[in-house]
Write a new protein. Structure first.
Length: 220
């Protein structure tokens, strides 16, 4: 997916200058990386606000148009206001088409509802990971990685090594082992209910017999 957006060179720096930019509906930012010196830039707040709502903007190779000069880059950091709908600062990194890049890519899960663990065994799918860090050339960077859960059974998990990756893409993860991507757990109410043993028949108690009146003895 090709995403291009506009930027303008920023000649003033500092807290006060950045505050004035934000009041004017602009976002201060920086473009760094490569063999070129970092460049201070600014963006239209509304344009970038809508772009940041798109998942692809966070995981795709982007084209920044700086007053007619186009730079290929990746979004690296977004600073947001604590409670206002306001972007405070943006960081972008230049990339080279001939060098591999590292980027986080979202996972798109499919067939959750029809996998055996859910449909036949009453389980619940848990997405342990929602994104993975990948390494590839910029041209091979996928917008997302699809994760098919159609064969996942209850009590089983799907691991990073089982992901189907596009050509030229490899997953990078830190530490040992094979991280879990998704698993199916048994719901609390879905376990098999044991059949109750038949209750013993209740035997009605026989009515108590009245004692016979004792025979009277004549005392003479």
């Amino acid at each position: 997916m090709q995403i291009e957006f506009n930027a303008t060179k920023r000649n003033v720096q500092g807290t006060g200058a950045s505050r004035r930019l934000r009041v004017a509906g602009r976002i201060p930012g920086i473009l760094y990386g490569g063999t070129t010196a970092p460049e201070m830039v600014e963006f239209d707040h509304n344009e970038l606000w809508h772009l940041l709502k798109k998942e692809a903007f966070h995981s795709s190779v982007l084209t920044m148009n700086i007053e007619g000069k186009k730079e290929t880059c990746l979004l690296r950091d977004v600073q947001r206001h604590a409670y206002k709908m306001l972007i405070l600062h943006l960081d972008f990194q230049r990339i080279d088409a001939t060098h591999a890049i590292h980027q986080k890519v979202p996972l798109h899960f499919i067939n959750d509802a029809i996998c055996p663990g859910v449909k036949l065994q009453g389980g619940l799918v848990q997405h342990v990971m929602t994104e993975v860090d990948v390494k590839c050339l910029p041209a091979d960077l996928p917008g997302f990685i699809e994760v098919d859960l159609k064969d996942l059974s209850s009590g089983h998990s799907l691991h990073v090594s089982q992901l189907v990756l596009p050509k030229g893409v490899e997953v990078v993860h830190h530490g040992d082992g094979d991280p879990v991507v998704a698993t199916v757990t048994v719901r609390g109410g879905a376990a098999a209910v044991e059949e109750e043993a038949p209750a013993a028949p209740v035997v009605a108690a026989e009515p108590a017999k009245k004692p016979k009146p004792s025979e009277k003895t004549d005392k003479r």
